[in-house]
Every structure is written in C-alpha cells, then in structure tokens.
Write a protein that binds this ligand. Structure first.
Ligand SMILES: Nc1ncnc2c1ncn2[C@@H]1O[C@H](COP(=O)(O)OP(=O)(O)OP(=O)(O)O)[C@@H](O)[C@H]1O
Ligand SMILES: [Mg+2]
Length: 352
C-alpha cells in the first residue's frame, strides 16, 4: 500500500471544529505499512475532545478507499503539549501576570449585548480545547459571572505566601474565575465612584494568583468611559474582541469601541467583532433562521472598520437558559454551542 495514497485519503478527513483536514493541521505522522498492517499517529497539540471521533473517521475513510484489501489498521492517538512561553514582566511591575501568555479584553459599547455570555462560553471552549484559561469579571457595575457559573455562594480565599495578598481564583468547569461579585452580596448594589471603580477593576486582574495561563479573558463593563481607557492602557492586553448585536443602531457603539482601542497612547489590536443574536433559531425548527435584528449587520460593521467578523452567534433559548442556570452551553458539545468553539479556534489561531 502506498503511504502517499493513504495521506491523500486522510486529506479528506476534516476536523469538525477547526474545519481543516487532519493532514493540513499537521496531525498525521509516521504513516507506515508493514506486515499487512497500516500504522500512523494522530498527534494533537493539546487534549482534544474530538480525538476519538477523528480517529474513527480516519479509519472509516481508509476502509472506504480500500474496500477490497485485507489489512489491519493501528492508529496511535497522542498529545504533544506545547510549553507556555513566559511572557515578559508586564506593566506596573505586576509579576503575577508574568506567566500569562495572552490577555484578551472582551468589550462592547452598549450593555446587554451578550458580552458576559460570550466571555464565559469562550473561556469554557478554550479550556475544553486544552488551554489553561482564566476569566476576570471586571464588570464592577453588574458582575454576572458568579450567576452564570453557579458560584455565587463561594467566597475566594486570599493567599499571602508571596508577601502580598492575592485573590485565589475559583476553579470550576476547567476555568479560573474571579469576579467582583464574589466580594459583595448578590442583592447588594455595587456603587463605585470613578477612581474606586477603576482600582477595583484592576485588582480583579492584577491582584490574583492566576498561575500559568494561556488565556486570560477580561469581561469589561459595557461602555468606553474613563475607567475602560485607564484599564486598556495599563493592562498589557494582546487584543480586544468587540461584541455587538446586528442592528444599525449598534454601529455607533461599535465605532466607539474600535476607536478606544485604536486611540493614540492605547493602540491595542482589535482581534475582531462577534455578532451576537445574529439570527433567531427556534429549537423545534433548527434549520430556520429569522433575522429579527436585521441581516448581516455584523458583516457590514466589520467591513466598515476593517476588522474581521470572528463569529456569528444565533439567538437560541438554550443559551439564555443555560446561562441563567449556571451551566453555560459550551459545557455541552452540541449544535447550540458550535459557534463558541469556532470562536475559540479563531482566537487561538490569531494569537498563537
Ligand atoms: N446568543 C444568545 N441567545 C440567547 N440569549 C442570549 C444570547 N446571548 C446572550 N443572551 C442572554 O441575554 C442576556 C444578556 O446577556 P449578557 O449578560 O451576556 O450581556 P452583557 O453584554 O454582558 O450585559 P451587561 O452589559 O449587563 O454586562 C442574558 O440573559 C443572556 O443569557
Ligand atoms: Mg455582562
């Protein structure tokens, strides 16, 4: 059997999330044919929830390509982990962020567009893909991460072993969570004035014992005011994601968001736009799309500001329900969470 032909056959096996062939992704190694047995390795760069189904697809593709040949197939599945590169010590002399590879700010000009839902599900999708992930809920005015992760009744502990008091994040669903909500009672409104809000917000990022992380996501409060500007200026973010809904009225808010990151003295890359509630799909008609907030608004905005459209997330009842219940949809690998996994792959490709 010709190994080149086997390779060609495997070119037809596509990773369902990365949407590229296993060969193109460089997962296939050491194809050999000896003693009536075809052997090769599937080497994943990080633990991949889909590895065994990909292995089965490879086997099926080969059997279908050689229906009349009698041979055995041995596919070895393994993970070759990447080492986390140490990031240079960051601004403010904050050695706590030293081992964080990428900091991503998730922002929106307007409130209620689904920024926290995107943040939580993206964090879980990245963690499920094998990355070390932390999320800081920097929304000092309306922290929602405790509710969305069902951690409302947990209080983080403090660690002062390094001579400085640091917040120990709460670990759940494979992600490290920190929220200002853990430090107040859920029913108690948070009232902060400018500098206090700004300090509280920075503490949620800098005064935390994150440990090694591939990605630290920051769920920013909505808007583009002074506290945002001070934060994005001082925190060494690798890039920003702007979340919007498709309506034309959201355009001005997206513009403000983009301008904030591009402003002189800030100049942080905007990784792209996430169009949330891009269409409505009822559970009983999963093929139907109703563009209740207008069609292709996200595409137009992305084009206007010269940034990529990273994801279009449909409005689905299960996304809202799972968020309210504290078990985000990304915990389930199914059709409804697909867009978050695709977003995770795009972010990873852009920043790796
Ligand atoms: N794609 C979606 N499908 C269905 N419901 C959604 C979707 N995205 C968000 N929601 C729901 O919309 C509401 C607002 O979302 P979320 O809290 O994430 O917005 P936000 O932008 O963080 O708001 P805030 O500005 O208050 O921080 C929540 O009830 C959430 O469950
Ligand atoms: Mg929010």
């Amino acid at each position: 059997m010709d190994v080149k032909i086997v390779e060609e056959v495997l070119r037809g096996v596509v990773h369902p999330v990365k949407e590229k062939s296993v060969v193109e992704l460089g997962l296939v190694e050491d194809i050999k044919f000896e003693d009536e047995r075809l052997r090769f390795k599937l080497v994943f760069p990080s633990p991949d929830a889909l590895s065994s189904s990909i292995k089965k697809s490879c086997e099926k593709a080969i059997r279908e390509a050689f229906p009349n040949d009698d041979f055995k197939i041995s596919i070895m599945e393994l993970v070759r982990e990447r080492k986390i590169e140490k990031k240079k010590t960051v601004a403010l002399g904050q050695e706590v962020l030293e081992n964080v590879r990428h900091i991503i700010a998730i922002s929106s000009g307007k409130g209620g567009v689904g920024k926290s839902t995107v943040s939580v599900n993206l964090a879980i999708a990245l963690a499920k893909a094998g990355y070390k992930v932390g999320l800081s809920d920097a929304d000092v005015y309306g922290p929602s991460i405790p509710k969305m992760t069902d951690t409302e009744n947990i209080r983080p502990t403090m660690d002062d072993s390094g001579g400085k008091e640091l917040i120990v994040p709460i670990e759940k669903y494979g992600v490290k969570w920190v929220s200002i909500g853990y430090f107040s009672k859920p029913e108690q409104p948070l009232i902060w004035r400018g500098p206090m809000a700004s300090n509280a917000l920075k503490q949620m990022i800098l005064q935390v014992k994150w440990g090694e992380l591939d990605f630290l996501l920051i769920d920013l409060p909505p808007g583009t005011g002074d506290i945002h500007i001070s934060l994005v200026q001082e925190i060494p973010i690798s890039g920003a994601i702007i979340v919007t809904t498709p309506q034309d009225v959201a355009l001005a808010d997206v513009e403000k968001g983009v301008n904030m990151f591009r402003a002189k003295g800030i100049e942080k890359p905007v990784l792209g736009l996430v169009e949330n509630m891009a269409w409505f799909t009822p559970a009983e008609l999963p093929e139907n799309r109703y563009y209740i907030f207008g069609k292709e608004g996200g595409k137009r905005m992305a084009k206007k500001f010269g940034i990529p459209l990273l994801a279009q997330i449909p409005l689905i009842q299960s996304i809202r329900e799972s968020g309210d219940e504290g078990t985000p949809i990304a915990l389930k690998t199914r059709e409804d969470s697909k867009s978050y996994y695709e977003l995770a792959m795009k972010i990873n490709e852009k920043l790796d």
